[in-house]
Design a binder for this molecule. Structure first.
Ligand code: UDP
Length: 245
């Protein structure tokens, strides 16, 4: 709870530590639900893949049932990972993706694809006010320094003058969104009447070699770069088309 200390001091804020895989029996009226549950960092979601799948499937189902009971608006945090290793570039919302269904990333990719399916079916069947946002790589304040994703890894390595760990040859690309901009996107998405998925991301694409150099320059670090094996199924490139947003 260290990230929410300032909120805990507010009388209008209540914190329940609850696993969404179990039914949450909440008695007061709910207007809006943001389902942000599920680790998003590959080392975290791969640590317990079955739990990741349960969160994205059973957990999402429980959230939708809670929303249905309250007729609340409900938003699902989906991911650019549903595009897998994309064969079209940049990725727009009409692309169905290129996803390995049985690999080590599948618990997250396929789990989130299933949560999108559940959302659309609750929308069609019950006219529930659902929203789906496909979030591209996000970074920023309050990130866990052991998160394992690239920006926090590189910054921590650079300021400790440790080697920057580039996986593969560093030619793979990502497009990084700052957390405050994502939050604006989440709030705006909740307010509109659009039910189909919306990409939320920053279309400025960068490869991991250039990202490492940028962080070395900004931190004035003298760290070296090392090249380590590329994780299996690591997408080669990713850049959102955000015209819809
Ligand atoms: N990556 C890297 N060094 C690290 C961590 C990640 O080169 O210390 C690479 C990783 O292989 C991927 C990219 O950076 O190509 C983004 O990885 P991250 O885990 O941040 O997010 P995701 O793979 O989910 O997009």
């Amino acid at each position: 709870t260290s990230n929410i200390q300032n909120l805990l001091r507010n009388d209008n804020f209540k914190f329940f530590n609850h696993d969404i895989v179990k039914v949450f029996d909440y008695k007061e009226k709910i207007d809006e639900i943001y389902n942000l549950a599920c680790p998003a960092s590959p080392p975290s979601y791969q640590r317990d893949p079955i739990q990741t799948l349960k969160t994205c499937t059973i957990g999402t189902f429980n959230i939708l049932e809670l929303a249905l009971k309250n007729r609340s608006k409900v938003l699902q945090a989906s991911t650019s990972e549903i595009y897998g290793d994309p064969l079209t570039h940049p990725q727009n919302e009409n692309y169905w993706g290129n996803v390995n269904p049985i690999g080590i990333r599948s618990c997250y990719d396929e789990g989130k694809r299933c949560s999108e399916t559940l959302f659309m079916d609750y929308n069609r069947k019950f006219k529930l006010e659902t929203k789906i946002v496909r979030i591209f790589n996000t970074y920023g304040k309050n990130m866990d320094k052991n998160d394992g994703r690239v920006i926090s890894n590189f910054i921590n390595q650079a300021i400790k003058n440790n080697e920057l760990t580039i996986y593969g040859d560093g030619s793979q690309t990502r497009s990084f969104l700052f957390i405050d901009d994502l939050i604006d996107g989440l709030l705006l998405s909740m307010r509109n009447n659009y039910f189909s998925p919306i990409n939320l991301g920053n279309p400025n694409e960068i490869n991991m070699n250039d990202l490492a150099d940028l962080i070395l320059r900004l931190t004035k670090s003298s760290s070296e770069k090392v090249f380590l094996p590329l994780p299996f199924d690591d997408p080669t490139r990713r850049k959102p088309d955000i015209s819809l947003a």
